[in-house]
Design a protein. Structure first.
Length: 504
C-alpha cells in the first residue's frame, strides 16, 4: 500500500497551497451543488494589482483560528493579504517586496493548531508569517530567484518538526518550519517557474522531493532525508511544467506526470520512463501551465490527465494515464495563461460526470465535462485578453460546500468568490474523484439514467444517494432492476466504487 506522507494536512473543503496539496493534482474531493451559470451567486469581489502571467494563487484555510475559512493571496504590488472567507473583510495586509508571485502554503508550522502559519516565497526570500496577524515568524534569504516558486510543507526527516521546501534558480532548500533552521540544500536541481511535489518514492519512510528542473530540462528526485539526488530523467527543453505525483494505476508504486510543450512523460518512482508521448501544445513562457491528474474517464482502470495550454492547438487535452494517448482534444476554447488555470472536481449537478473548472485568457470561467471535453456553461468575469489566472474550488464560508474562487491577471486583476443558489448538504467521500470512476461500465453493476427511473443491471449490492448525500434506496441484484426516482442527480454505490447518474 502506498502512503503519501504529508504533514501539510489539507482538509477536504480547503485549498492549502499550489494546486491544493503536496501531490500537485489540482483536485477537490468535496462536492458542490451548482446548476448552470444562473446558479452563481457573487459572494464578494476585491481588486488586486495586475501582473501578466505570473501572480499568486489563493490559498483557502482558517489561518486566524476563529473557525471560519480565510483566503490568503499574494499581490503584484508586493502585499500578502488575508481575507475573511464569507465576506472579504481584510484580516491583515503585509508588504513583503515589490511583487508576490508565489502561491502561499498554509499549515501548522509551530505545533500550535489554534492558528496556522503562511509560507510564501518572494523573489529570493522565504517568509513564514503568523496566521493571526501576518507578522513575520522568520525569514531566510536564498540564492537565486523564483517566479511561481510556491513552498511545499512536510516533515522530511521525521524529527517531529514540519519543514518548508522551496526551489529557486540556484537550488532546492529545506528549512525547519518552526524557526527556519536549515535542514539541507541541494544544487542537483533548480526551478524558476515550477513547483516541486512531495512523495516517498524510494519507500525509506521519509517523503522525498521531486523537482521539474526548468533550467536544465530534467526531472530530479531528491532524498527528503538529506537532499541527495536519487535519480534524474532528462526531458524535452520546451518549458517544463510543475509535476504531479500519484499511484495512478493502483500497483503500489508512485507515478510522476510532467509535460513540456512537446511531450508528456509518465515516470515510475524509480526514475524509469513508462511512456512519453507527443502532445503538441504551447505553454506560456512565464507560467508553464501544469498538468492535473483527474480520474479514470476511459474505463481502463488508470487515472487520466488533463493539460491546458497557451494556444488553441489544442487549448485543453485529456490524456490517457495508461499509455499517454489522447482521449480528446478541445480546440474551441480560448487558451489559458497561468501555472494552475484548471482544477477538477464534482460541482455541476446537472452533469452525469465530473467537471473541469477552466479559467481562460479572456476572463471567462468555463465549466467543462471531463468525460468529453465539451463546454457545459460559461461565466464572464473579465475583459481579456489577459484575464486568466487561478480557478480554485474550496469552502470559503464554512457551509461544507465548494465555492468558486477566481484570481485574474493584468486587465482582470480581481479575486472573486461565488457560491451557489442551489443549496444542499455537500460532503467529501461519497463523490471523491480519487475513488469514483467516470465510466460505470467497468464495474460489477451498470447503471443508466432515464426519465423518471434508474436502470441497474448486473449482480451485487447497490446503494443510491441523492444529491445531499442521503441514502434513498439499497438492495441486491441478480439481473436488473428499475428504480423509480424523482428527477435529480444520484450517486450509486456498487461495492467499493461509486458514480453519478442523472434522472430527468
Amino acid at each position: 500500500m502506498v502512503i503519501l506522507f504529508t504533514a501539510q494536512i489539507c482538509p477536504g473543503a480547503a485549498w492549502c497551497g499550489f494546486k491544493r496539496d503536496l501531490s500537485g493534482n489540482g483536485r477537490s474531493p468535496v462536492t458542490a451543488t451548482f446548476s448552470g451559470a444562473s446558479s452563481l451567486v457573487s459572494l464578494w469581489s476585491v481588486s488586486l494589482s495586475g501582473a501578466t502571467g505570473i501572480y499568486s494563487g489563493p490559498a483557502v484555510r482558517d489561518v486566524t483560528g476563529d473557525g471560519i475559512p480565510d483566503i490568503v493571496v499574494g499581490d503584484d504590488d508586493g502585499h500578502v493579504k488575508c481575507f475573511n472567507g464569507p465576506d472579504g473583510t481584510v484580516h491583515w495586509n503585509r508588504t513583503l517586496g515589490s511583487y508576490v508571485y508565489s502561491t502561499p502554503a498554509i499549515a501548522d508550522l509551530d505545533g500550535d493548531p489554534s492558528t496556522m502559519e503562511v509560507a510564501v516565497l518572494v523573489g529570493s526570500t522565504l517568509y513564514v508569517l503568523n496566521g493571526s496577524d501576518g507578522s513575520t515568524v522568520w525569514n531566510r534569504s536564498l540564492s537565486g530567484y523564483s517566479y511561481n516558486g510556491s513552498p511545499r510543507i512536510a516533515d522530511l526527516n521525521a524529527d517531529g518538526y514540519v519543514d518548508v521546501v522551496v526551489a529557486t534558480s540556484s537550488g532546492v532548500y529545506a528549512f525547519r518550519g518552526n524557526d527556519g533552521t536549515p535542514v539541507w540544500s541541494s544544487s542537483d536541481a533548480v526551478a524558476i517557474s515550477t513547483v516541486p511535489v512531495i512523495a516517498d518514492v524510494n519507500h525509506d519512510g521519509y517523503p522525498d522531493v521531486i523537482v521539474s528542473d526548468d533550467s536544465y530540462s530534467r526531472l530530479v528526485a531528491l532524498s527528503g532525508l538529506d537532499g541527495s539526488a536519487l535519480w534524474t530523467v532528462y526531458i524535452s527543453s520546451s518549458y517544463p511544467n510543475s509535476p504531479a505525483v500519484e499511484d495512478i494505476d493502483g500497483d503500489g508504486a508512485y507515478d510522476i506526470v510532467v509535460a513540456t510543450e512537446d511531450y508528456m512523460y509518465r515516470v515510475d518512482e524509480d526514475g524509469t520512463v513508462l511512456w512519453n508521448q507527443y502532445i503538441g501544445m504551447y505553454f506560456s513562457s512565464d507560467a508553464h501551465e501544469s498538468p492535473v491528474i483527474g480520474w479514470d474517464i476511459n474505463g481502463d482502470g488508470v487515472k487520466d490527465v488533463f493539460q491546458s495550454g497557451y494556444s488553441t492547438s489544442p487549448a485543453l487535452k485529456a490524456i490517457s494515464g495508461s499509455d499517454g494517448s489522447t482521449i480528446w482534444n478541445n480546440y474551441s476554447l480560448v487558451e489559458t495563461h497561468g501555472a494552475a488555470p484548471i482544477t477538477v472536481g464534482e460541482f455541476e449537478m446537472s452533469n452525469p460526470g465530473y467537471e473541469i473548472l477552466y479559467n481562460d485568457h479572456y476572463g471567462v470561467l468555463n465549466v467543462i465535462d471531463a468525460a468529453s471535453g465539451s463546454v457545459l456553461w460559461t461565466y464572464t468575469y473579465g475583459s481579456g485578453p489577459f484575464g486568466s489566472g487561478y480557478s480554485v474550488l474550496a469552502d470559503v464560508n464554512g457551509d461544507t460546500c465548494v465555492d468558486f474562487v477566481l484570481r485574474g491577471e493584468y486587465d482582470s486583476p480581481v479575486m472573486s468568490v461565488f457560491t451557489s443558489s442551489v443549496y444542499g448538504t455537500c460532503r467529501a467521500g461519497w463523490d471523491d474523484p480519487t475513488t469514483v470512476g467516470e465510466n460505470s461500465e467497468r464495474y460489477a453493476l451498470s447503471v443508466s439514467g432515464h426519465r423518471g427511473y434508474l436502470l441497474i443491471s448486473g449482480k451485487g449490492r447497490y446503494e443510491i444517494f441523492n444529491s445531499t448525500g442521503r441514502l434513498v434506496k439499497k438492495g441486491t441484484l441478480k439481473e436488473s432492476k428499475v428504480v423509480r426516482l424523482p428527477a435529480g442527480t444520484y450517486v450509486v454505490g456498487t461495492g467499493k466504487r461509486k458514480f453519478k447518474v442523472v434522472v430527468y
